[in-house]
Design a protein around this ligand. Sequence first.
Ligand code: 5AD
Ligand code: SF4
Length: 462
Amino acid sequence: MIPMENLNILATVEDKMPSKFKLVTFGCQMNKYDSEKMNGVLVSRGMVPVESTEDADLILVNTCSIREKAENKVFSFIGRLADLKQNNKNLLIGLGGCMATFNKEDIFRKAPNLDIVFGPDSIQKIPDLISQRLASGRKQIDVGLSDEITWDSPEQFVRENGVTGWVGIMKGCDNHCTYCVVPGTRGREISRPIESVVNEVKDLANRGFKEVYLIGQNVNSYGKGLSPEVTFPDLLRSVEKVEGISRIRFMSSHPKDLTEELIDVMKASRKICPSLHLPLQSGSDEVLERMNRGYKVSEYLSKLDKIREAIEGISISSDLMFGFPGETDEDYQATCDVMEKVRFDSLFLFNYSSRSGTPASEHQGHISRKVSQERFNNALILHKSIIAEKNREMEGRKVVVLCEDTYNGNMKLHSPDGKGFMYGRTRENTMVLFKGERHLIGQEIEINIYGVAGYNLLGNLV
Ligand code: 5AD
Ligand code: SF4
């Protein structure tokens, strides 16, 4: 029998459990997906999401620690919540994601406002951490990483929109890029069984989703450790069979693990979009070697040639990093040369950020921020000029987009009333803005392109 005083504590904890929560997400697609799980866990416990932090009695921040700048953004966001906590003694603040596993207990010193801290594998435990916080009065932390996939119930997810669904196919990373914290913050690479992935895709299809985005740190090494062992192309062939889904996308691909089999499957598929994110990081072999990337620039380029030959019109995006320790002007120039040669359709550019505990943080020849930023800025100018040219070539053409939602960005420059734009993506993943109505959401529609707005295209319904 539970002693009377413990029953009393339980009753008080139940009374005090938060009822309204606000979830704030920083970072990558995996984090957005994890936030959908968090949302699901809280909603299934009867809590209600609210729009503003002011209205919440639980604020959860899902965080990224890949670069110092990302962490600083989170620390200043949490710092700004101090006033809310002053005014509302019942407010609880939780922090999840990579900053939790990266900083562990130290996070409470850096952000004293926090009540609970949980890692990417402890999302299901959030309600327990809250109860324990309330019952004990002590801050709670669970940042353990599991050797198993800790999620498998799609009905628990609360999805961000109803057109494109993220589907995690693996977690962690077994690569050891010398600059990267992910293997430490998300643990060993573990693949999710094909049936489990396919079930989630079927669930999305049943709910009217049209597109799935298969996500993992390195999807090309999917399947290792599963029994029987399978490959990423095997998974793609299974997902292709799910009726109702018309577009399949995936990211990220590691160049060293990209196989001819993958190219063949993409070529043969009706649903896999002709679009590939293939992070290069640097155009210099010496830098790639010090990054421990496992390929040479020439190997990357010859894989790209094969892909472009097999899949006409495929768009290629990439990640590039500037200011890696020891990066010389020649190394930087080599990266620009690759940019001019490949003419990437989209790029994510980063300044190298030294992360404690990573091998690169111990490397010689750290580059000053000023030099790194200069290289970054010049590379951005180069990239913008390439994209402007590419986009101009699109003017006057007809494209097919899958309409995703109303566009909430700042379009005042292009539309006198600043309202009424919808957005969708081509199969090649270019975002297109057009005037239209909400009933178009989820439909594939034809658009005439008449102009360009930054990286996006502007069009009219045909
Ligand atoms: N500094 C800067 N960029 C980084 N990335 C990963 N770690 C770092 C770091 N320490 C970039 C890589 C990777 C992308 C997700 O983030 O380019 O592909
Ligand atoms: Fe980090 Fe490299 Fe793994 Fe990507 S592949 S998550 S950059 S270690």
